[in-house]
Ligand binder design. Sequence first.
Ligand code: LLP
Length: 426
Amino acid sequence: MNHFELSGGELACEDVGLSAIAEAVGTPVYVYSTATLERHYTVLRDALVSEGLGDPLIAFAVKSNSNVAVLRTLGRLGAGADTVSEGEIRRALAAGIPAERIVFSGVGKTEAEIAFALRNGVGEINVESEPEMHTASAVAQSMGTRATIAIRVNPDVSAGGHAKISTGKSDNKFGVSFSEAERLYAQASNNAGLKPVGVTCHIGSQITHLAPLEEAFVKMRSLVERLRGEGLAVERLDLGGGLGVPYFNMPTPATPADYAAMIARTMKGLDVQFAFEPGRMISANAGVLLSTVQHIHERPEGRKFVVLDAAMNDLIRPAMYDAYHDIRPVKPREGDPVTYDVVGPICETGDTFTRDRDLPRLEAGDLVAFMSAGAYGAVMSSEYNSRLLVPEVLVNGDQFAVIRPRPTYEDMLDREAMPGWLASDT
Ligand code: LLP
């Protein structure tokens, strides 16, 4: 459930009509709902707790939505943060998320990033390969400390979904095999710079069926048991993120309750602290991208293009993954739907949000909302075509606030510098 509903003929976010936000901030703009973020976090947590999975760490995947106000909203409920760069760690810390609730993942952490994580007391470094484990050890020893690590395993299961976001097959770059994990865990336990506390996996994103997750989790459980059988301490099992969300044209994904029940079943009797790294399931349906129709361009042969002020630089998922986002007029007109291609103003054909979509009739000046845009939306935006970075707004009940302002053109130009040999006019 989300809090974007029609109210008095207009799409609202909680108690704020979207046209009021468009008027105050302009478009394009991302709009997030506090109540939806809170609800999604709480539904997942309650499901896990009620299945007897103890006091799990729910480390929100910052890559899905990294705005500090969003992170703080979740942090206040007890969420941790799953991060993949120093920048994301800094965001989580700036949001007030305690360092011990921060997990540091990613296949290519630099020495400087590992040192930053250790200096700041980050709770768990998810080591993805043998060389990375040695780097973590060397950095920790040079700082006179030990790095708390989990070994990321690549369970070699096919998660389905889009190939560009599948991570759990052995030909993907992520994690080590089960046999390597056993060897590395034993090695780490005897290493002065490392404290291995657990194992972790993440097999992909937008996973709608539980079967691949279950297959991976069963294998992870056996790994924990084998490690313990070898006398190694395993305190934590981090099961990653990946649960899909409804994008309206997709098969309805498994619910958090189904997910929690499956985990309780596969992990029955295993005494371990569970950790999770959900991103999309918390943030996707908590946000929309609001845009204004510039005009309708009708070709003589009949194709009708809705040209928006939002483009692929603001929301790249359709261009990059052929992703489907529901598009809703903020004030839908009655009457027969019209078949449109919805496009942005960028100079390439890939700047097409959808083709042949039936929508209520649109006119220049109308506002439309791209639904389910709270995850992998603003975080993947850019200034391509020198378009200003898209702003973000957070709604809370009947209030809203700009949580990332639209930059000015001066801001954009001031970031660049002219080399001395080009500085003079001649
Ligand atoms: N943990 C790790 C280690 C990850 O790599 C990811 C996502 C997550 C957690 C969170 O996964 P989620 O719960 O959000 O599915 N840009 C793509 C999605 C890329 C996901 C990458 N990793 C998209 O727009 O669909």
